[in-house]
Write a protein that binds this ligand. Structure first.
Ligand SMILES: Cc1cc2nc3c(=O)[nH]c(=O)nc-3n(C[C@H](O)[C@H](O)[C@H](O)COP(=O)(O)OP(=O)(O)OC[C@H]3O[C@@H](n4cnc5c(N)ncnc54)[C@H](O)[C@@H]3O)c2cc1C
Length: 391
């Protein structure tokens, strides 16, 4: 019946299914355990008619024209420049921390001196990871770095990861930079927007193809079995000769044979307020107060006009098998386990792995899309070479 089975209907699975259906003209079955498509980027209207991002706020951004044009086939966009801020000692300052944040917190003469030194040392427009700034030899900048580390990143990181910044891999701490700029935007990519009619609409249009069938409410393990000795895949008890594209957890695929890869999950506490707005910008971080990490007001992202508003508080905690695995925990011992699974996957030529759960790596949406497109290109080349050799 099907040439490809795709596990997971998030960005990764949807991009691969769409490309296979439209470019290879092959039949695809998507198996998704949830009752909707869109993965963690799914949005929906709540009972008050407010559009909320069910699994936390999503801002699309990319520097890459190709990714932008690819997704623009499936949606119109609402231009949106994301801004975030954090309460530090009771003062609301732009986040990521930048030259304006310094001005909010320090006397004018000192702020000017610190900004001058930062620009001189790193150049205007550069982004310096906080742990790198802490290594500076300049005494004043060192004090500034320690201040930012302690007041902005330390407790926030602990709430999010249960760890200190030093205990995480560089790709996370690299996402905690100081921006040497006065531009308060969170992202500086050329393309930044929200799908005009929501993410769910984008996914529906992407997957609206007669070559694509979707099986919701189904854990793939109910219908797909993998014999780990013969490497044979079965679908509903019959040998499946096509390819299995897997965007779920890599450790689950291999029955946790090298142990479980840990994740952090998030509880989203949504509150509907009977007023038009709650805060002035989409996202406010609370590094040192409360148990939640941040509060997001979706209306700033969606641009929805409504007499009420919805806010979301995020509480991070360790992830059990029953929870949604949001953030892989990038520590050496976990990456070593992942490397074993990655090696094992090479023994399964009919299984293609892609996506943040299969790669055990956090990706922004644009990166997940780019990686899926690149996986498709590899598959396309393979199919072409099989065709030319008559196999
Ligand atoms: C809190 C949070 C905020 C974020 N904010 C942004 C943002 O503002 N901007 C941005 O660019 N990126 C953001 N991201 C990243 C973005 O969510 C990811 O890039 C994107 O979701 C990756 O898509 P994916 O398809 O790889 O994974 P997912 O979206 O997780 O999709 C995987 C799908 O596989 C399904 N699945 C898993 N196991 C099984 C199984 N056993 N059987 C059947 N189905 C299964 C899951 O149910 C899921 O639907 C954020 C991530 C988080 C966690």
């Amino acid at each position: 019946m099907f040439d490809y089975i795709v596990v997971g209907a998030g960005f990764t699975g949807a991009v691969l299914a769409e490309r296979i259906a439209t470019q290879l003209k092959k039949r695809v079955l998507i198996i998704e355990q949830r009752n909707h498509i869109g993965g963690n980027c799914y949005d929906q209207y709540n009972e008050d008619g407010l559009l909320v991002h069910k699994y936390g706020p999503r801002v699309f951004h990319t520097p890459d024209k190709q990714i932008w044009e690819y997704l623009s086939q499936f949606t119109e966009w609402k231009s949106y420049q994301h801004k975030a801020a954090a309460y530090v000692d009771g003062v609301l300052v732009p986040i990521p921390f930048n030259l304006n944040s310094i001005e909010c917190l320090f006397p004018k003469y000192l702020a000017e001196e610190l900004s001058r030194k930062l620009i001189e040392l790193f150049g205007y427009g550069s982004k310096i990871p906080i742990l790198e700034l802490r290594k500076t030899e300049d005494a004043e900048l060192k004090l500034l770095a320690d201040f930012i580390y302690n007041k902005v990143y330390l407790n926030y990181t602990y709430k999010q990861w249960g760890l200190k910044p030093e205990e995480l891999d560089e790709y996370v701490t690299g996402r905690m930079p100081i921006y040497i700029t006065r531009d308060d935007r969170h992202y500086h990519d050329k393309y930044q927007a929200i799908p005009r009619f929501g993410y769910n609409q984008l996914f529906k249009r992407m997957l609206n193809n007669s070559n694509i069938k979707i099986m919701l409410n189904t854990d793939y393990r109910e219908v797909v079995t993998i014999n780990h000795h013969t490497k044979q895949v079965k679908f509903m008890g019959h040998a499946f000769e096509g390819k299995l594209i897997f965007t779920g957890k890599i450790d689950e695929l291999f029955d946790y044979c090298y142990g479980e890869l840990p994740y952090r999950t998030v509880d989203f506490n949504v509150k509907v307020l009977q007023k038009e707005h709650y805060q002035d910008i989409a996202c406010i971080n609370y590094p040192n107060d409360y148990d939640f990490t941040r509060v997001t007001e979706a209306k700033h992202l969606t641009g929805q006009v409504h007499p009420y508003t919805a806010i979301v508080e995020e509480y991070h905690r360790p992830c059990t098998r029953k929870d949604v695995p949001y953030y892989p925990i990038p520590q050496q011992q976990n990456l070593a386990i992942y490397a074993q699974y990655q090696q094992l996957a090479l023994e399964y030529p009919s299984i293609i792995l892609s996506g943040h759960l299969a790669d055990y790596h956090y990706y922004d949406m644009n990166v997940a899309v780019a990686m899926a497109l690149s996986k498709f290109d590899q598959e396309l080349q393979l199919q072409k070479s099989l065709l030319s050799t008559g196999r």
